[in-house]
Structures are given as C-alpha cells and as structure tokens.
Design a protein around this ligand. Structure first.
Ligand SMILES: Nc1ncnc2c1ncn2[C@@H]1O[C@H](COP(=O)(O)OP(=O)(O)OP(=O)(O)O)[C@@H](O)[C@H]1O
Length: 301
C-alpha cells in the first residue's frame, strides 16, 4: 500500500539556531534509558499475539519524550514493561546503564485513573509513597509538604481526595510519584479524563514542574497537540506488531506557550504526526458507511 506523505520535518540540524542548540545540548546529556530489541507477546485463547516487535530507542537525561501511535499499538504495554509492571518477552532495557529488576523507586508512574487512597489526606497520600520507600521520621512530613507545594496544593494538604477536582487529584498523584525522587517518570494518559480547560492547565503545570525537577519524562498520549506542546521528541509507534515508526524532534522553541499552537513549526509537526498515524493511502475508500435514518428532503447542512 503506498502512502502519500507530503510533510517532511527537517532534522534539528536544519532548524533555527535556538532549536538546533537545544537538541545539541540534549544529545550531549547522558543516556538515561536505552531500549534494545524489546519484544512482547501475549498468549490469548486465539494463540500468541505479538504486540511489540523489536523496539529500539534511547532517551537522554531530563528529556521529555511522548509516545503516540494508533490505538492498540502497544504504548501502555511498552510503558508498563519499562516501569517493571510487566515482563518483556525478549530484548532488554538499561536505566542509567544497568538492567532494573521489577518495579523500583527509581521509576515513578502516573496513570489516567486517580490512584490515590480515598481514606488518606493529600499529605498522607504523598507521605505514603515516602514511607513505602523505607523513609520515616519527621522529615517525611516536611518533605511531603514541599512536594505538595511544588504542585501548587499547599492549601489542600489536609483535604481528602473526594474534596478535590480531577486536575487536583492528578497533581497529588504527580507529587506522590515525584516524592520518591525517581530518575524517570512514566505517565500513561495522565490527563485523559480531564476536561479541555483543566487539561491545558495541567500541561503548563507539568512543564513548570519538569523545568524545576531533575526528572526524565516518558508520556503516553493520544492527543497530538499535547505531545507537541510538551515534548522534546515524540516516539511514534506503529501497530501490528508495535514497532518504532519515527522518533520526531519537535522543532517548536521553548519555553512553550499556547500561542505556539498556530505557529508554522507546530502545525508542520502536527501534520507530520497525522500522516504517520492516519496515513492517506491510494486505496483509501469512502469511509464509514452510514445508514440514513431520516426522510429524503429533510436535510441539514
Ligand atoms: N494482558 C493482555 N493479554 C492479552 N492481550 C493484551 C494484554 N494487554 C494488552 N494486550 C493487547 O496488546 C495490544 C496493545 O495494548 P496496549 O494497551 O499496550 O495498546 P495502546 O497502544 O496503549 O492502546 P490504546 O491507545 O488503545 O490505549 C492490544 O491489542 C491489547 O489488546
């Protein structure tokens, strides 16, 4: 099937000086995560299904990488394997040069669903993370307060999750994940359940946090604009089986702002992502067949 790609994003080397400089610095930083030939098959009643088929990529320290791709291409599976929640069927990955065993405090995770303990206050939820990592004593409470302040929820430290909005709950989840000072944070559609306005506030807030904390982030999303707005690079996976299709260097200058959504670089990146994820093909048909349920002549525009 031939694909009609029309947009090619030039490499960072051909981008304006500011963008070129940023990527040059990024590639000079140490490799935080190296994924080598990662494979995953699931055994189902219909036999074995290959979900990931030899995925290779590197992420540098303090990089913000988003993972996108069509539904079912293995984004969550990839993140779950890297977070130690799932075993790979083959291949390997190195975090700071060594292979981690199972989940560990070096890797934080934030999911779409709110995973807070409803019976614990915001402060206790954040302290819980620290205590399970073996920390105790009065410093735990003051440290929890610092993380709560970082996510802008100091006034709600004694509140319970049921008293918080969706965005606030996700901020607590981020504070709890960061409190363990992981070296990498995996986020799987963390803002997927939020309304558009809260989601956009959370995106700016996450960028602010990322700027102020020594953390590398891998962020799964379906939202192309979210991926462009947040990321240094975007890992595009393709489906059946999941493989790396392209690793895109986002040419939008930092610091980012919502005004950039209409900039030439932003729109070109979005177009490229759309083409990769929903390729137009010569064989593209007329689309979904709709059965008409109204009278002929009773048309709307
Ligand atoms: N435990 C499992 N057993 C069998 N199949 C599974 C299991 N977990 C995931 N899969 C299959 O693996 C494929 C990839 O799933 P995954 O959730 O990683 O994709 P995704 O890209 O995150 O999807 P989405 O964008 O829809 O969230 C899907 O076809 C899914 O049905």
């Amino acid at each position: 099937m031939s694909q009609l790609h029309t947009v090619d994003l030039p490499s960072y080397k051909e981008q304006p000086a500011e963008v070129k400089e940023r990527f040059k610095k990024l590639y000079q930083r140490p490799v935080k995560l190296e994924v080598k030939g990662l494979r995953k098959s699931f055994t189902t009643t219909k036999g074995s299904v290959d979900v990931l088929n030899g995925v290779d990529f590197k992420v540098h320290r303090r990089e913000f990488v988003s993972v996108i791709g069509p539904s079912g291409c293995g984004k969550s599976t990839l993140i779950r394997i890297l977070a130690g929640l799932e075993d790979a069927s083959g291949g390997s990955f190195l975090l700071d040069g060594s292979q981690p065993e199972g989940p560990g405090a070096d890797r934080g995770m934030v999911f779409q669903g709110y995973t807070l303990f409803p019976w614990l206050s915001v402060k206790k939820n954040v302290m819980f993370g620290l205590e399970t990592a073996g920390r105790s004593g009065p410093s735990v409470e003051s440290e929890a307060r610092e993380w709560i302040e970082l996510v802008g929820l100091s006034k709600f430290a004694e509140a319970y999750p049921s008293q918080l909005s969706g965005g606030m709950k996700q901020r607590v989840a981020i504070a709890r994940a960061l409190a363990n000072q992981p070296s990498i944070l995996f986020m799987d559609e963390p803002f997927g359940a939020l309304d558009a306005q809260t989601r956009s506030q959370m995106q700016s807030h996450l960028l602010q946090i990322w700027r102020n904390v020594d953390i590398t982030i891998m962020f799964v999303t379906h939202d192309l604009e979210e991926a462009i707005y947040l990321s240094d690079r975007i890992l595009v996976l393709k489906a059946h089986p999941g493989e790396v299709q392209e690793f895109i260097e986002v040419p939008v200058p930092r610091p980012r702002s919502s005004e950039q959504f209409l900039s030439t670089e932003f729109l070109a990146t979005k177009k490229r992502l759309e083409e990769l994820i929903h390729p137009r093909t010569e064989k593209s048909g007329p689309g979904i067949q709709i059965t008409r349920m109204t009278e002929v002549g009773d048309d709307v525009e």
